[in-house]
Design a protein around this ligand. Structure first.
Ligand code: GLU
Length: 433
């Protein structure tokens, strides 16, 4: 089984969506099930409704899954496993206060070395231990660090190796007895029989911890890992919440199509024979092991290009944009000049607004009167000839104000195309100018 394990703590980041897409594709390629696991272990950071939003986004992108589980439903199992490790002395109760730990962290910082747990509570004598328990002294549970290096083969990054020092004796149960991310994740990947974990490379240092947990629990099935290189913004820095384009919701609001965003994210860090494809098509040629090891740079211009290509395939723009279907052909003309749904809609809305532009005002008034007071010709050439003859306008002074009368823009699509498409409602629109 493969899994996508989002935390309901914020808007979906494109990096997460990319992880969800890759897991979906690989699950399909391997013929395995796909689990969505909402990682809601950190109560303080959970945001109400974000879980539903994540599932809605997956649906919108056509990412099908077999099951949704909430990690908090397994708290009792996480606790059980922590107790098992405590009993077997593979984990220990740690009574160090938050201030103690803070102090040690600061000390490590001053001494310019990475902070690691001091080991103070690992060897507490029985008497002290019993005393603390009798006093109801608060404690967390820490797993004992491994004795040997932890190695694993990453499908993208190759052989990885971490020392016991890097793994450290880390916390698995908080003082309120909720599991930490690493503990809940390691156990759930085991419970749901996950075969391959595909996730962002920001989790690389968590992997030896999760492998260590499962080893101590006696789980010997090996889970494969693939850590995806991070996505950089246009300045070459890690794409963060501050970059608008990192939010899937923002991209959708900007008028990028789900199929184009998915296409772009699959292409990012890859090279295929063709650039424009659907998620389903990618199942045939996507190869997880061929992803570039180098970080991928987000390029909104490339996304716009891909979006434009996907826009061309759409036949019901009026429905998508919530516009009367008599305007479908007009929307298609506007589409050829746009990269996103939002741009099409802006151009469309502008047609129904008044023009405040002083330039060509006179010419517009002359043309408006001429057009409104006669029957429209079937043929654009005849229409044009009449306008030229009756108004004596020509060249720029004819075409710019005429295009303005039609779509409220001096430049844009061919007037002939606009005329042919807009004829049935052309006078209605011109009356408003
Ligand atoms: N909840 C983690 C995240 O959203 C999941 C990491 C993982 O896939 O294990 O980053």
């Amino acid at each position: 089984m493969l899994r996508f394990a989002p935390s309901p703590t914020g808007d979906m980041h494109i990096g997460n969506l990319r992880v969800a897409i890759f897991n979906y594709i690989v699950a399909k390629q391997k013929g395995e099930k796909y689990l969505i696991r909402i990682e809601d272990t950190d109560k303080q950071r959970n945001i109400e409704g974000k879980d539903k939003e994540i599932l809605e986004i997956l649906n919108l992108f056509g990412i099908e899954y077999d099951e949704v589980v909430y990690q908090s439903n397994n708290f009792h199992l996480h606790r059980e496993m922590a107790n098992k490790l405590l009993k077997e002395k593979k984990a220990f109760a740690c009574f160090c206060s938050e201030e103690d730990i803070k102090f040690e962290r600061e000390k490590a910082k001053i001494e310019k070395r990475p902070y690691r747990y001091s080991g103070k509570c690992e060897y507490l004598d029985e008497k002290t231990l019993r005393k603390y328990i009798a006093e109801n002294k608060e404690y967390v549970v820490r797993i004992k660090k491994p004795e040997n290096n932890i190695k694993f083969n990453d499908l993208i990054k190759g052989e990885m190796e971490f020392s016991p020092f890097e793994v450290d004796s880390f916390i698995i149960l908080r003082a309120d007895k909720t599991p930490t991310y690493n503990f809940a994740c390691a156990i759930d990947d085991m419970i749901y029989d996950i075969s391959l974990v595909i996730r962002g490379e920001d989790h690389l240092s968590n992997t030896p911890k999760q492998i260590h947990i499962r080893k101590l629990l006696g789980y010997d099935k090996e889970i494969e890992y693939a850590h995806l290189p991070i996505i950089l913004n246009e300045e070459g820095k890690k794409m963060s919440k501050r970059d608008n384009a990192s939010s899937v919701k923002w991209l959708l609001n900007e008028g990028f199509l789900p199929e184009a965003i998915a296409n772009y994210l699959i292409l990012l860090g890859n090279s295929f024979e063709k650039e424009i494809f659907t998620l389903e098509e990618a199942i045939d040629f996507f190869d997880l092991t061929k992803i570039s090891k180098a970080p991928a740079k987000f390029d909104i211009e490339k996304l716009k290009f891909i979006n434009k290509e996907h826009l061309k395939k759409i036949n019901n723009l009026s429905k998508i944009l919530g516009v009367n279907e008599i305007y479908e052909d007009l929307l298609k003309i506007l589409r050829d000049e746009s990269s996103t749904l939002k741009e099409i809609k802006e151009k469309f809305d502008k047609i129904f607004q008044r023009s405040g532009d002083e330039e060509f005002k006179n010419e517009r008034d002359i043309l408006k009167e001429e057009i409104l007071n006669s029957e429209l010709e079937e043929n654009y050439d005849d229409f044009k000839k009449r306008l030229m003859k009756n108004t004596s306008l020509k060249g720029k002074k004819l075409f710019m104000p005429l295009r303005e009368l039609l779509i409220n823009e001096k430049h844009g699509p061919e007037i002939k195309d606009l005329y042919d498409t807009m004829k049935p409602y052309l006078k209605e629109i011109i009356k408003r100018r």
